[in-house]
Design a protein around this ligand. Structure first.
Ligand SMILES: Cc1ncc(COP(=O)(O)O)c(C=O)c1O
Length: 454
């Protein structure tokens, strides 16, 4: 059959509230044109993030009842550890409340002024954690990965020449190498198996451990199956196992490719680092057999890991994002191509050239999309990145709108509705006005800053 369906049926529903254009205009003005300030009940389709927003399966909800909340030696930890180790056979698996806690623990081990940690692209919490302990967080993604319109099957790949030259010149300052699958900050673009293997070979040559920031490991593996020669007949689970065979450790947010609403882990092979990590875990998260999670959370993660490599699910997941991107491109909305694994990215600078970057075209587009159809996304552009440490303001490299799809949360008709909303917004795009900031905090202004139409 050529129709790809949602490979699940719906047993529990959560009503969403339909509002009118007039209501949304009022709500948006009351939120000072910042969609983070909206109540979620006022949003019809919420594409702010794919993190922690998955619909859990009946197997996950029933596993939750098996949660054993013992402080030490919980069987829920044993089941969680076994589920992780089935795909990621690390010696030490350390549970945390989410991905950034795993990063913070890793950073506490390797902290040091003057050190450098390369990555294809650091996610913002990873960057923040490394920079917070004096480490330079260096992005070495290939050039194609910085161009939204460039067609390349693995735009998340590490630039191996630049990595090698860093290791040759400053190897003594590099405590570890990281690679992020998929590359969230670069549009959810995948990394090829060949690139992961070659990164590991370089790490071995220079005696450095390779850590994988693994939040979307299943989506990345499915892209490898679809796009990389030699993998079409391998199962996704098998591809996942090969990926992690190249790694010395991983950080993970279970809020993505484990279908959980909360949770994460740090896993690694080095005994000495693991001892330091567990000591830190006890101080900041909890005892090593629960860390930052309750027993029931660990059960949900274990059940989610059994489901995430289902290839019918991954086919529906990847195809729905590609479908929306293709439909938007068909009527001239500039989108990132090829589509990434967890979100549709619209190039607001190209779509709204009449709005200067410092009138925040991405934020202006999001406001128009919310008014037209009650859809919420997030701006990744000058509103997020424009304010400089010296207080000046400069345009960001790109003005993107990200529409991140919660896992298993929405259906084909939601996708078609989204396309229709963009069709209408695109027709009236010349009437969209820029925004100016009326108030902003000292940092991270995109979360709480206030705007008004110019
Ligand atoms: C690539 C990547 N790394 C790390 C994190 C942090 O995970 P968490 O939100 O669970 O702290 C995220 C979250 O979005 C991410 O996308």
């Amino acid at each position: 059959m050529k129709t790809i369906i949602e490979p699940f049926r719906i047993k529990v529903v959560e009503p969403i509230r339909v509002t009118t254009v007039a209501e949304r205009e009022r709500l948006l003005a009351a939120a000072n044109y910042n969609l983070f300030a909206l109540q979620s009940r006022d949003v019809l389709i919420d594409l702010l993030t794919d993190s922690g927003t998955s619909a859990m399966s009946s197997a996950q909800w029933s596993a939750l009842m098996n949660g054993d909340e013992s402080y030490a030696g919980s069987p829920s930890y044993t089941r969680f550890e076994a589920a992780v180790r089935d795909m990621m056979p690390f010696k030490h698996i350390i549970p945390t409340h989410q991905g950034r806690a795993a990063e913070a623990i890793l950073c506490s081990i390797v902290a040091g002024e003057g050190l450098i940690v390369p990555n294809n692209t650091h996610f913002d919490t990873t960057r923040g954690n490394f920079e917070g302990v004096g480490i330079e967080a260096l992005d070495l993604v290939i050039d194609e990965g910085r161009d939204p319109s460039c067609q390349h099957p693995f735009k998340g790949n590490m630039d191996l020449d630049r990595l090698e030259s860093l290791l040759a010149k400053h190897g003594d300052r590099v405590p570890l190498v990281m690679t992020t699958i998929t590359n969230n900050a670069g549009g959810g673009q995948p990394v090829s198996m060949a690139n992961i293997a070659a990164t590991k070979a370089l790490c071995e040559r220079y005696g450095k451990p390779l850590f994988i920031d693994s939040c979307r490991f299943a989506e990345n593996s499915y892209f490898i199956k679809l796009r990389e020669a030699g993998f079409a007949d391998r199962s996704v689970r098998d591809i996942v196992r090969e990926i992690f065979s190249y790694a010395d450790g991983m950080t993970m947010s279970a809020k993505k490719d484990a279908f959980a609403n909360i949770g994460g882990w740090l896993a690694l092979n080095d005994d000495d680092w693991a001892e330091q990590a567990r000591t830190r875990l006890i101080m900041t998260e909890g005892f090593p057999t629960y860390g930052g999670m309750s027993g029931r959370d660990m059960e949900c993660v274990a059940a989610g890991l059994a489901e995430i490599t289902d290839e019918d699910y991954l086919c529906y997941r990847i195809r729905s994002i590609e479908y929306i991107s293709e439909r938007l491109a068909d009527f001239g909305v500039p989108v990132m191509r090829p589509a990434g694994g967890h979100a549709v990215y619209v190039d607001a600078k190209a779509m709204l050239p009449h709005i200067p970057p410092l009138q925040y075209p991405g934020q202006a587009l999001l406001a128009a999309v919310y008014v037209a159809g009650g859809i919420r996304g997030v701006e990744i552009g000058s509103f997020m990145f424009g304010r400089q440490p010296d207080g000046s303001e400069k345009p960001a490299a790109m003005e993107l709108v990200r529409l991140a799809m919660p896992r298993r949360g929405y259906t084909q008709s939601h996708a078609d509705y989204l396309v229709e909303v963009f069709e209408e917004v695109n027709r009236n795009k010349h009437a969209i006005r820029g925004l100016e900031i009326s108030w902003e905090p000292k940092s991270l202004r995109h979360f709480t800053g206030k705007l008004r139409p110019v």
